[in-house]
Write a protein that binds this ligand. Structure first.
Ligand code: UDP
Length: 352
């Protein structure tokens, strides 16, 4: 059976690394990979294929224009072409990016069944491009692989249980990735322990000058008065900060590979982020997380007290950092499927 996998952004490479290996365990499954090119810098793309041993994509599309419509439209055209050529039995998409939506839409229009990994997540904020992508992708998928019970509940609330769509709570493939690669954590030279690990790149923060200034000022203040802030700077954030003329006074590094990121997660005292993946990775490494957003799809971590939503509010970000820095989060094995999500997904795909 031929599975056509569509990936294009950093978190998708990390998720696909474990699923691709699980699929390869089944001789009857033949995976063909399209890389849309949504992320293309060496340290946002190639390094993950090398470090995580992901097979070289069969198709490299190089589509990365800055406008959502143009990017999604070009991907739709190119993915449709590949589907017509490859005639896959199923298309596999991950998460909530433009690559996810374009892949699902191209397949659904050609009546190729779609499986969606990380289905059912909701922020309930339709201003987020990710929320639009994930809701539409769920609507046109045939198998919804959910990472949590919360995600399943969201789908049930939206009436999915009355459709023929298959909903499976398989757990989160990001936990699988963490467990698979944790031992390979790669140190970054000349780094002392005791730092706050920060990342931010969501459009809601980078494209709004007021939110951007609040976050930049909060990070500068934390770096000056609480603990060193280490920030692997996302290209979108770098450009947005340069455009509005703000100055970051923290320890900035280039985006790092996943193995270096795991090392930073192991060594830090707190994670400060607007990333979806980092909120869970903080938890996997027993660190608290302060999330610089107004909502999160990973609400169970907020309910557990492991994650606090601070929005893009300078005072809230600083006071939450004070409260959570250095905390050790216990019982981190009880959520997210115990590291077997990729196996469950491959097993289900093998059934046809
Ligand atoms: N990540 C990485 N290097 C970095 C920043 C992030 O390897 O410099 C990893 C991070 O550990 C997580 C994933 O990228 O596994 C999250 O990606 P991102 O924050 O870009 O996207 P999101 O999870 O918000 O969709």
């Amino acid at each position: 059976m031929k599975i056509l996998t569509i990936i294009g952004a950093r978190p998708q490479f990390i998720k696909a690394s474990v699923v691709t290996k699980a699929i390869a365990e089944y001789p009857s499954l033949n995976e063909v990979i399209i890389h849309t090119g949504q992320h293309f810098d060496r340290n946002m793309s190639d390094i993950f294929f090398e470090q995580l041993n992901i097979p070289k994509p069969n198709y490299q599309l190089d589509i990365n224009s800055s406008f959502h419509g143009e990017m999604t439209g070009r991907m739709l055209t190119e993915i449709e072409r590949v589907i017509l050529l490859e005639k896959p039995d199923r298309v596999l998409v991950y998460g909530d990016t433009n690559s996810t939506l374009a892949g699902a839409l191209a397949a659904a229009k050609l009546q190729v069944p779609v499986a969606h990994i990380e289905a059912g997540l909701r922020s309930f904020n339709m201003d987020m491009p990710e929320e639009i992508n994930r809701i539409l992708t769920d609507q046109i998928s045939n198998i919804l692989f959910c990472p949590t019970q919360t995600a399943v509940n969201n789908l049930v609330r939206e009436g999915f249980e009355h459709k023929s769509t298959e909903i499976l709570n398989v757990g989160d493939v990001m936990l699988d990735s963490t467990l698979m690669f944790a031992e390979l954590a790669t140190p970054i030279e000349n780094f002392d322990f005791g730092f706050v690990l920060a990342t931010f790149h969501r459009a809601e923060n980078t494209d709004d000058p007021v939110r951007l200034a609040e976050i930049v000022n909060a990070l500068n203040e934390i770096h000056k008065t609480i603990a060193k802030v280490v920030l692997p700077l996302h290209p979108r954030t770098r450009d947005a900060i340069a455009n509005v003329g703000l100055k970051l006074d923290v320890h900035i590094i280039e985006p790092v590979g996943y193995l270096e990121m795991i090392w930073l997660l192991k060594c830090c005292e707190l994670v400060l982020t607007d990333s979806g993946g980092l909120q869970k990775e903080a938890f996997f490494f027993s660190k608290a997380c302060v999330t610089m957003r107004d909502q999160t799809e990973w609400i169970e971590l907020v309910e557990l007290g492991a994650n606090e939503l601070a929005g893009a509010n300078k005072d809230k970000i600083i006071s939450a950092t004070f409260r959570h820095i250095g905390r050790y989060i216990e019982d981190t094995n009880m959520l997210y499927g115990g590291g077997k999500a990729a196996n469950r997904i491959a097993k289900r795909l093998n059934k046809g």
